[in-house]
Write a protein that binds this ligand. Sequence first.
Ligand code: URA
Length: 237
Amino acid sequence: MEVQRLDKFISSQLPDVSRSAARSLIRGGKCSVNGRCVRTPELKISPESDSVELCGKTVGYKKHLYIMLNKPAGAVCATRDGLSETVLQLLPPDLRRPGLFPAGRLDKDTVGFVLITDDGELAHRILSPKNHVPKRYFVRLKSPLSEDAAFVFEQGVDLGEEKCLPAVLQKVSPTECYLTIREGKYHQIKRMFASLENKVTYLKRVSIAGVELDPELFEGQARQLTADEEKALLSGK
Ligand code: URA
């Protein structure tokens, strides 16, 4: 079973408490493990079975964090960028934790659902084209959709390298539709429409693996996934 230093455990689970603050709280007698006061920050605990309290409150254990962010245009899906704001910089302090990264990339001008996590295994599962995890987008186009667009996409568009997997198009208006793809090639949707001599003017990801972007989240806002959303994502629909 995994063990962790007590001060590290506390600061990783409570993003508002820095490692040094955790150390001084522990030394000051504000922490207990399994009901006994502990003053040694370097004590090794087992997060899954030990019960930790800080200032009388239980420190709940979550191995991984899963965050839904409504990405605004202009932010980049990277952990670091010299010039532009990253999606990680948009997170409020209580959702920041070392090891977080965006699971997948949206273009700088694309908006909508970005999953931010520290669970590398899950990210790999969602991103691997082998797993065919559906990602749904709302698309606005410069010109009206051609009659054959849904059929062409359903057959799998040839973008030069290998063929795309079948994609599902749902028309909303002459120049708007939803498109569900099951992989994430570079600029995939823009290139799919370019192959039909059309141009994407607005692109928003609205769901990943059946988990819908919360309509209450304004662009730039983030929240943790609910238990049900987490379950849906982990089951890899
Ligand atoms: N397809 C694109 O072209 N861009 C994105 O950001 C996502 C899918």
